[in-house]
Write a new protein. Sequence first.
Length: 250
Amino acid sequence: MDNNKNIFLGLTEIDGKKYEIYNEFNISIELIYSKMFSQVFFKEYDLLMNAWKYVEESYSEPNRFYHTKEHIISILTDIINNVSLSESDKVLLSLAAIFHDAIYDKKNTDAQNVQASALLFVSWFKENKDNLTDYQDMFEVIYNLILATSTHNSNYFLSKNPHIEKLCYLFLDLDLKILASTPEIYKQYVENIRKEYNQFTDEEFLKGRLEFCNTMLNKVFIFKSMVELNVIARENLNNEKQEILKQLGR
């Protein structure tokens, strides 16, 4: 496959207008939020743009091939287009999305990168606390949403506010939505993950992906909010697993 191919990913809708989305995205964060807060939410627009500018450069690091700005934009467009979310929920989830992969050092474990990303959010929040007086009660929720992406486990929110727990399910589902993509996009996703883990041998990488596939397939539900995605995600993961087993000679 030509790794430079501009793959069509589908359509997204912002403020009633449809946009074609490719792996080389033609939509900017600024466009998304100018549409989201085009009339009365100027304060939130400035807040979210401030957060994005705080981490934007990190998402363009040369060692990133999947955990890029495009991944963040994909999550943000789904958040914004979700009519069941309140504006405050959209702000909360958007901040979690913006920061959750901000640190991506291949020398670290996934858990270490997520922890570092959560701490970066803490730093940003402290630096901007004068502009966040209306969102003080969101701080712990956003912090835990970021941490939850390490294992994609909602245990951080069990026995807490049911509404917040539902938001956690949705956020984790959006982060994993690529698993339920078309076979071509899924293949490109795996290839991009391989590029990010280029410090490992092929065998080491395949064993790591096999563990990931098994972990996902052993879940009762991979997607708890977007349950309609479970079938195709399991198909993609199982196909990848079978291919890995062949390559490993098992």
